[in-house]
Design a protein around this ligand. Structure first.
Ligand SMILES: Cc1cc2nc3c(=O)[nH]c(=O)nc-3n(C[C@H](O)[C@H](O)[C@H](O)COP(=O)(O)OP(=O)(O)OC[C@H]3O[C@@H](n4cnc5c(N)ncnc54)[C@H](O)[C@@H]3O)c2cc1C
Length: 416
């Protein structure tokens, strides 16, 4: 009898885990369960569906034939309700019972407003976690004039541009711990406030929503400044919580996610977790490529576990580039960009308001720690080398913001 690996979740981490298992073993029984009724799709492109820049069919990156050819039993539209780790059984919402030898949990995170946020259950208070929610927003938008967005993380940094293109009055409320605040410093924040106005939406920072007014439908929001703003939709892009309800009866350790070690192992033997639902003390990021890389390691390690192979693959974090779209501009960052995590850091910033280019370099003791580039791309090759090879930049620090940084560094003969 073949062993059975079950993956809960069919997105970046889950699909990467399945591919990793199949790359080493073509026969083992492999099942993916998802509560969504869709094959694998690029979750990060959901905002692009708002103004039809991307059609639904182009969002799907794994068609049904991928699962068939890879001999993956795909269970769509079924929610996992419970796991019995002693009996090694998974229970679905419709009471189906699935036996397993190893489980990889990749159930991600979704927005759950805090209990203290009054009015969060009103119609028109939404989030963009999946295709179904996105489609609902598209339907509602036709009756809206003003849309408020709370939080500027992945979704909140993208959607204002799409919504203002549709002729809506858009207001974006940004808190200090949002992604947008972390990747920019003060000059950048001021620049992008002005940039927002020029692009037809308003960026209000720092600001938080403390109450939502209306009868059954949202009518207005109250900010922490006391200001009340009328609106017919509030899109929330913060308050993300790991999807772990189905493990609440288990002994699985949680702490802002399912706790895993560097091999993606939980505290229950044979159970692994990866992607946004997993928590490691190194505080891994919630990016698509990082979830994918964790899924790969978890898949290989689940296979090693069921094959009784001691060769577990260590996940060392994701040093790679993170691409994102920022208020309608392409952006990317590498390395450590949160200066509150770096003692004694120094920053170099350049802003070109004509070409909408923003570059921020974070240094410590003249070593580059991280780089953010928005608008025109940054020279990733050069900065990756400077970070990874730990090259001291004292002699050419003043040239780092230059557009032709690679030529200048060559002339400094540092071997790039
Ligand atoms: C709007 C938006 C924009 C983004 N933009 C970017 C970007 O520009 N760059 C970037 O790097 N990242 C971006 N991200 C983040 C990126 O999409 C996530 O990091 C990635 O999707 C995480 O993958 P995951 O596999 O861990 O979880 P998820 O993608 O959240 O998938 C979770 C899976 O688990 C399933 N599931 C959950 N609970 C259950 C259950 N009880 N039973 C059965 N199935 C269940 C879900 O159906 C789903 O298949 C964005 C995310 C969003 C929402």
């Amino acid at each position: 009898m073949f062993k059975h690996i079950v993956i809960i979740g069919n997105s970046a981490a889950g699909i990467a885990a399945a591919e990793a298992v199949r790359s080493k073993n073509k026969e083992i029984k492999l099942t993916i369960i998802t509560q969504e009724d869709y094959c694998g799709y690029y979750r990060y492109f959901l905002p692009e569906m708002l103004d039809n820049s991307i059609a639904e069919k182009d969002l799907i990156f794994k068609q049904k034939d991928f699962y068939q050819q890879s001999k993956i039993n795909l269970i769509l539209n079924r929610k996992v309700e419970k796991i019995n780790v002693k009996r090694k059984q998974i229970f679905l919402q419709d009471k189906t019972k699935i036996d397993y030898d190893s489980v990889i949990i990749t159930s991600g995170r979704t927005m759950k407003p805090p209990k203290g946020l009054k009015g969060a259950n009103k119609n028109g208070v939404v989030s963009i976690d999946n295709i179904v929610q996105l489609k609902q927003i598209k339907k509602l938008i036709h009756c809206c004039q003003t849309v408020c967005i709370l939080g500027a993380n992945f979704a909140g940094s993208k959607i204002p541009v799409f919504l203002s293109k549709l002729g809506l009055d858009v207001k974006l409320f940004v808190s200090p711990d949002d992604f947008l605040s972390v990747i920019l410093e003060q000059k950048g924040r001021d620049f992008f406030k002005e940039y927002s106005q020029r692009n037809g939406f308003e960026l209000i920072s720092p600001a938080d929503v403390v109450e939502i007014f209306g009868d059954s439908d949202i009518k207005a929001v109250k900010l922490d400044s006391g200001k009340v703003i009328g609106c017919s939709m509030l899109i929330i892009d913060k308050y993300y919580q790991p999807n772990t309800k189905f493990i609440c009866d288990t002994v699985l350790e949680t702490q802002n996610g399912i706790v895993v070690d560097e091999f993606l192992r939980t505290n229950v033997v044979g159970l692994f977790a990866a992607g946004n639902v997993a928590y490691n003390k190194a505080e891994w990021n919630c990016f698509w490529p990082e979830s994918f890389a964790q899924g790969t390691a978890a898949g290989l390690n689940a296979l090693a576990y069921v094959s009784q192979d001691a060769d577990f693959q260590q996940y060392k974090g994701f040093p790679g580039v993170m691409n994102f779209s920022f208020l309608g501009l392409p952006g990317c960052c590498i390395g450590e960009i949160n200066t509150s995590d770096i003692n004694g850091s120094e920053e170099l910033v350049s802003i070109n308001s004509d070409g909408f280019t923003y570059k921020r370099i974070i240094l410590k003791d003249d070593f580059v720690q991280g780089v953010v580039g928005i608008g025109k791309g940054i020279d990733l090759e050069v900065f990756s080398e400077l970070i990874l090879k730990k090259i001291k930049v004292t002699e050419f620090k003043n040239n780092l913001l230059s557009e032709n940084v690679s030529c200048l560094l060559y002339s400094n003969a540092i071997g790039l």
